[in-house]
Design a protein around this ligand. Structure first.
Ligand code: MG
Length: 368
């Protein structure tokens, strides 16, 4: 089997409402999504999606995915898509770095491997285990009242886990956290996610300012060195998200105890091929984890849901379903959906969902 054609589409995915991160310093209104279709010599088709969370969240952006695929296409064409590690090395040779540009091709290859073996991706990744996974909501930065109202909106959809966005203003962040904690229901899991916004000193002030509460933080500061420094002067559990990109990052976190939780984003780390290895580093060290897309439609959610479903329940904290936050849907009624706050992949071979090509419209590039 060989890859005979690579087709890409660009789509704008408007958010249902403006979204603010890092204490409001970053605003998002729409996401730039790239969809990839791989055609093969035996007629099997694989689908991938790459949707960074806007252009300002991380060093990843939509047009960069399309440019990266243009650069890698001639190397990927002709390869056997079922040989995931060969594809990975070929992409690394054609374009060092730029992991987010490789992820949608990797996703489409996993889709093809699943279709040709008649297995869902979760089973290819080691086997689906346990019950459906809790979905974590994503609560935009706002006033304490706005944020508790937003939590109520997600609760009405069944959510029992929330990622609450803080950052940028120490006093207000302490106020936000106290307001949300007093609103918290028994059994709810809440992450206070600063998305790198705090300096080391600010992170220490906020985290120690709510030391009397049993709360968990995510990515308080910019780098792993920053988080190590914060870790030494605070005691609340820390989840590491943006600073978890490479295997070396995962090993650093595990060995130096930078944080207690991994948040693995398959688009950021280069796709499922790499994300599963970070999952295994976490499992080997008894580290709990979230697995999430960086954003996107039901395709991106499905990819994350497959990997999440393979994590033993004792280590699985949840995933994210961005589809609830965007206006567009490329596959209405199909693929894994929010089932009152949980998501579960089914037994359809491969990714388990394909976009409607009428919705995609005209491709932006075809390589063959
Ligand atoms: Mg985060």
């Amino acid at each position: 089997m060989r890859i005979t054609r690579i087709t890409t589409w660009a789509k704008s995915l408007p958010l249902t409402k403006p979204y603010y991160l890092s204490g409001g310093r970053l605003r998002f209104d729409e996401l730039d999504a790239t969809f990839v279709r791989l055609d093969t010599s035996d007629g099997t088709v694989g689908w991938g999606e790459g949707t960074p969370w806007g252009h300002t969240y991380l060093a990843a952006h939509g047009p960069g995915i399309r440019a990266g695929i243009a650069t890698m296409a001639s190397t990927v064409l002709g390869l056997d898509p079922r040989k995931l590690d060969v594809i990975e090395r070929a992409m690394d040779l054609a374009l060092p770095g730029h992991l987010y540009a490789k992820a949608p091709i990797d996703m489409a290859c996993w889709d093809i491997l699943g279709k040709t073996t008649q297995m869902p991706i979760a089973d290819l990744l080691g086997g689906s285990c346990g019950d459906a996974t809790n979905i974590v909501s994503s609560v935009s930065t706002g006033t304490p009242d706005q944020m508790t109202t937003e939590i109520d909106r997600f609760r009405a959809m069944g959510y029992r886990a929330h990622s609450v966005k803080v950052g940028a203003d120490v006093e207000l962040d302490v106020e936000r956290i106290r307001a949300v904690e007093s609103h918290r229901r028994e059994g709810e899991r809440i992450l206070y996610d600063a998305n790198r916004a705090w300096t080391r000193a600010e992170a220490i002030r906020v985290m120690n300012g709510v030391r009397d509460l049993d709360v968990t933080f995510e990515q308080p500061s910019e780098t792993l060195d920053d988080i190590d420094a914060v870790r030494r002067q605070t005691s609340a559990p820390i989840s590491i998200d943006e600073s978890l990109v490479t295997y070396a990052d995962g090993i650093h976190i595990a060995r130096k105890r930078s944080g207690e939780i991994f948040n693995i984003k398959s688009n950021r780390v280069g796709g499922l091929t790499r994300a599963r290895r970070l999952r295994d580093i976490a499992i080997a060290h008894g580290i709990q984890m979230y697995i999430m897309p960086t954003g996107g439609t039901v395709l991106a959610d499905a990819e994350s849901a497959h990997l999440t479903q393979t994590v033993p329940e004792s280590l699985r904290l949840g995933c994210w379903s961005c589809q609830d936050m965007i206006e567009e849907d490329p596959a209405p009624g199909r693929g894994p959906r929010n089932q009152y706050g949980t998501i579960q992949v089914d037994t359809i071979p491969g990714l388990g969902v394909e976009p409607d090509e009428a919705w995609l419209g005209e491709p932006v590039a075809v390589y063959k």
